[in-house]
Design a protein around this ligand. Structure first.
Ligand SMILES: NC(=O)C1=CN([C@@H]2O[C@H](COP(=O)(O)OP(=O)(O)OC[C@H]3O[C@@H](n4cnc5c(N)ncnc54)[C@H](OP(=O)(O)O)[C@@H]3O)[C@@H](O)[C@H]2O)[C@@H](O)CC1
Ligand SMILES: Nc1ncnc2c1ncn2[C@@H]1O[C@H](COP(=O)(O)OP(=O)(O)O)[C@@H](O)[C@H]1O
Ligand SMILES: [K+]
Length: 494
């Protein structure tokens, strides 16, 4: 399992290890791991090392000493910008500083201008940053980002919250890294919200701590191993009834495309039969996808099939009535878009949802999540893991909080961050396709938790596949996702 540790969890691991290891061991190991990552990235000689006042800075000083070296054959020409704190440095920091000063690295007082850095090592702040960068530090971070040179961040890009992936603000700044080497355990903030943009490629350096010595983490990264129990090859002796029915309810006037996209997501990911039950039943057939059966939402009886409710559904009286009926019934539900907004506006519907025994997956984007929680979307984005966890527990459902690094949570408090997908998905209709894929996996007998994990992973991987083939991120369309998702799912099942 690819565990993700909160800052509090890392601190408690550090605390336990401090009793068993000689002082400074972990810092030295962090320095060695980071030095090897820096060498790996280095295509040239000139290295700028930024070292802050805490232990993150000490890691950076170790890197500077290692890269510059006392030897004449040292490869790098290292410049250090060191920012001592107001308090006296710790013994370990003093040792790292002495090593760096004894090396061939030169210490500068301000950012040297006009140098074409081959690599910048960011050791300003790690998990100890608790307030926004201000003054000279803020200006330095802006200047570093403007240089556009390769940056290796130590532990966490300085300015980023390792728990949430938010830049510590308001109106904060953070280093934009090419790669982040993160110590002891990987961290949620490197994989969601702003984290993916600021951390770049994430590399874990466990510092010689074997996973067995680490307690279980509060979150982890999504990967096929988390849902592979449902990825069995199909039996030859199967028929369309073996793979379940999905009915997508939605499609108010002018919004016929949304349920069709969801229905295609369901069809291409293997549901046996797929219906669209439209609020405005004008379309008799989807000529591009005639396998989809078209019905009138007001007359439709889904039996025990899976319902995906909400895409393009609107907020009419009919929509409300159909949603009420779905919540009263016992069908597995995927609740998306307008259905989420109707539920957000009605404590009664929230109560009904929370009391249901049948499985439900909710797929809010941040604004829909904010409406459900009665807060603003910036509050949701400020702590996506907490928001997803809170919604799952309040509404007794599996929740997929969408966006860069989608967060999947359940009512028992489990939290998973999805690493697949890209900004090509930032296009109308891609969420509809995701809802359809969720419904498809539910209809094929997957448990709600695995269905949500599998659907989000496959949906993101489909977008990654399209980008790898040149069909994005610019101009990727939601309509292309179902076919790509089919390829991804079949590759996994093989
Ligand atoms: N412990 C271990 O076993 C290991 C730890 N490791 C490394 O240690 C890192 C954590 O180190 P850390 O706890 O010293 O915190 P860090 O991120 O350096 O920052 C704290 C310093 O910044 C200061 N400061 C804060 N905000 C500020 C601001 N806005 N503007 C200006 N100053 C500000 C704050 O000062 P103060 O708040 O007192 O003013 C304090 O001096 C971790 O990320 C990893 O890299 C690894 O070596 C592995 C083993
Ligand atoms: N920048 C991004 N990186 C990764 N995934 C993204 C990004 N932007 C959007 N997505 C994904 O695309 C989908 C968009 O869903 P949604 O916002 O509901 O759009 P729509 O309602 O138009 O279908 C979600 O699955 C979301 O996680
Ligand atoms: K850093």
């Amino acid at each position: 399992m690819k565990s993700l540790y909160s800052v509090a969890e890392i601190r408690s691991i550090e605390h336990a290890l401090a009793a068993t290891l000689p002082a400074g061991t972990l810092m030295r190991r962090a320095g060695e791991a980071a030095t090897s990552a820096a060498r790996d990235m280095l295509a040239g000689h000139k290295v700028l090392v930024l070292a802050g006042p805490g232990n993150n800075g000490s890691d950076a000083l170790e890197v500077a000493a290692n890269l510059a070296g006392p030897d004449t054959d040292a490869q790098a020409d290292v410049t250090v910008l060191y920012f001592p704190g107001a308090a006296a440095p710790s013994v370990e920091t003093a040792q790292a500083l002495a090593r760096a000063r004894a090396s061939k690295a030169h210490f500068a007082g301000t950012l040297p201008l006009g140098r074409d850095w081959s690599l910048i090592v960011d050791g300003l702040f790690g998990i100890g940053l608790e307030r926004p960068l201000a003054g000279a530090m803020r200006a330095l971070v802006d200047s570093i980002n403007e240089l556009g040179r390769p940056v290796l961040a130590l532990d966490v890009p300085s300015g980023l919250d390792a728990d949430t992936g938010a830049v510590i603000g308001p109106d904060g700044v953070a280093i934009r890294a090419t790669r982040t080497i993160t110590f002891i355990g990987d961290k949620p903030g490197l994989h969601t919200f702003e984290g993916r943009d600021y951390a770049g490629q994430v590399q874990l350096a466990p510092l010689g701590i074997d996973p067995g010595q680490r307690p279980p983490a509060g979150a982890c990264l999504n990967e096929p191993a988390l849902f592979s129990l449902h990825l069995a090859p199909r039996r030859q002796n199967s028929h369309k009834g073996s793979f379940g029915d999905v009915a997508v309810i939605g499609g108010a006037k002018g919004m016929a495309g949304a349920p069709l996209l969801a229905a295609r997501g369901a069809l291409f990911c293997g549901a046996g039969r797929v219906f669209v039950a439209a609020i405005d039943p004008l379309t008799a057939v989807d000529f591009a996808q005639p396998e989809i059966m078209m019905r009138d939402a007001q007359e439709f009886d889904s039996g025990d099939g899976t319902l995906v409710i909400g895409p393009g559904m609107g907020d009419s009286v009919i929509a409300m009535r159909v949603l009420f009926k779905a919540l009263e019934g016992t069908a597995p539900l995927v609740i998306d878009a307008d259905a989420l907004n109707l539920i957000a506006a009605s404590p009664d519907l929230q109560g009904r949802l929370a009391q249901r025994a049948a499985p439900a997956i909710l797929t809010p984007h941040p604004l829909e999540a904010a409406r459900l929680l009665g807060v603003t979307s910036s509050v949701v984005q400020g702590d996506r893991l907490a928001a997803a966890r809170e919604l799952a527990s309040r509404l007794n459902a599996v929740v997929v909080l969408k966006g860069s690094g989608s967060v999947i949570a359940n009512a028992s408090g489990a939290v998973v961050i999805n690493p697949t997908g890209n900004a090509g998905l930032a296009t109308a209709g891609s969420g509809d396709v995701l809802a359809g894929i969720c419904g498809s996996l539910l209809a094929q007998g997957w448990e709600a938790w695995e269905a949500a994990l599998g659907a989000v992973w496959v949906h993101g991987a489909a977008a990654d596949r399209l980008v790898a083939h040149g069909s994005g991120p610019i101009g990727l369309t939601a309509g292309e996702l179902p076919l790509a998702a089919r390829a991804v799912l079949n590759a996994l099942a093989r």
